[in-house]
Design a binder for this molecule. Structure first.
Ligand SMILES: C[S@@+](CC[C@H](N)C(=O)[O-])C[C@H]1O[C@@H](n2cnc3c(N)ncnc32)[C@H](O)[C@@H]1O
Length: 291
């Protein structure tokens, strides 16, 4: 059998700063030395030390950046709310009238739990419409990328107030509501779990992220495994149940034609050309917390 050219592992490029050693400590990842000729660009570093790692994390131009070295040219993933797509959507995204906002009911300024935070794009939109958002992310690496972006956004005039409304935790949402970190329960839980059959046409950054997260997802897919399909179903059921036990309103983002999460019919939905927001609402959440 031909060995895979890369394993799925991730290493941190050491720049001898405190923030890098702190990152290594909280992610439990190995520190490696940067190639002397590598400046963090997209050109593949000519350094055999990198070939053992499919992914590296490094601060490039002061932004924590994940790089996938498995392709001919390096694919970089970093989050920046202060420019580009995030800022454009802030100005021209449609405000409270856009589908995501209508599903969340942002006009009522609910306390929102984004239980699958990812790159934080949806949470940023929700926070920009005046809602407090508690973000939960299970991957230590994605959590680190997102925390770095939120911290940078707090010192940018256009995004500071929005970033102040975003509180991020490294946490597994299937453990909700027991591990809920805020003193008030959320009014809405928002879920956007990765859809298993992601399009091959997805942007390179999303494909890289998917490759990074798939093994972690497989590891959290638990219970009575009769194969990947049943694992996925069990995972979806656990996630939806946890969300519905935590808030009266749960919103799930799905590709427009995809089946509902855990094959559980929602009470309603709001659709846009490519996306469907399934809404599960009940008079009470099932959980009575001892707060
Ligand atoms: C499709 S991405 C979410 C994208 C996000 N809505 C955005 O706007 O950027 C899904 C994310 O959910 C995270 N995730 C999946 N299951 C989770 C769980 N049980 N608890 C916390 N995070 C989870 C994954 O690690 C991944 O980062």
């Amino acid at each position: 059998m031909t060995p895979a050219p890369y394993n799925q592992s991730v290493a941190i490029v050491d720049d001898n700063t405190d923030r890098t050693s702190a990152l290594a400590q909280c992610t439990d990842l190995k520190l490696i030395e940067a190639a002397p000729q590598w400046s963090g660009g997209t050109a593949k570093p000519d350094n055999s030390r990198f070939t053992n790692y499919r992914f590296t994390l490094a601060w490039i131009e002061n932004k924590l950046t994940l790089q996938d070295h498995s392709k001919k040219s390096v694919v970089s993933v970093c989050i920046d709310f202060t420019q580009g797509r995030a800022l454009h959507r802030l100005k021209f995204g449609g405000g409270h009238g856009q589908e995501l906002a209508r599903a969340i009911k942002t006009r009522e300024h609910p306390l929102v739990c984004d239980a699958t935070a990812g790159l934080g794009r949806d949470a940023f939109v929700i926070a920009s419409l005046g809602c407090e958002v508690v973000l939960l992310e299970q991957s230590a690496i994605v959590h680190a990328l997102l925390q770095d972006a939120i911290t940078r956004a707090t010192i940018h005039t256009e995004t500071a107030a929005i970033a102040e409304r975003m509180a991020l935790y490294h946490s597994n949402s299937t453990l909700l509501p027991d591990n809920w970190p805020h003193h008030l329960l959320p009014d809405v839980v928002y879920l956007d779990p990765m859809y298993p059959d992601g399009k091959r046409t997805a942007k390179k950054e999303i494909q890289a992220l998917r490759s990074l997260l798939e093994p972690a997802r497989a590891a959290t897919d638990t219970v009575q495994s009769n194969g990947v399909e049943s694992d996925t179903k069990d995972y979806e059921t656990a996630l939806l149940q946890a969300a519905r036990s935590t808030a009266k309103r749960v919103v799930v983002k799905r590709p427009r034609k995809a089946p509902p999460l855990a094959d559980t019919a929602p009470s309603g939905n709001i659709t846009s050309p490519n996306t469907r927001y399934d809404i599960y609402s009940s008079k009470t959440s099932c959980y009575l917390p001892s707060l």
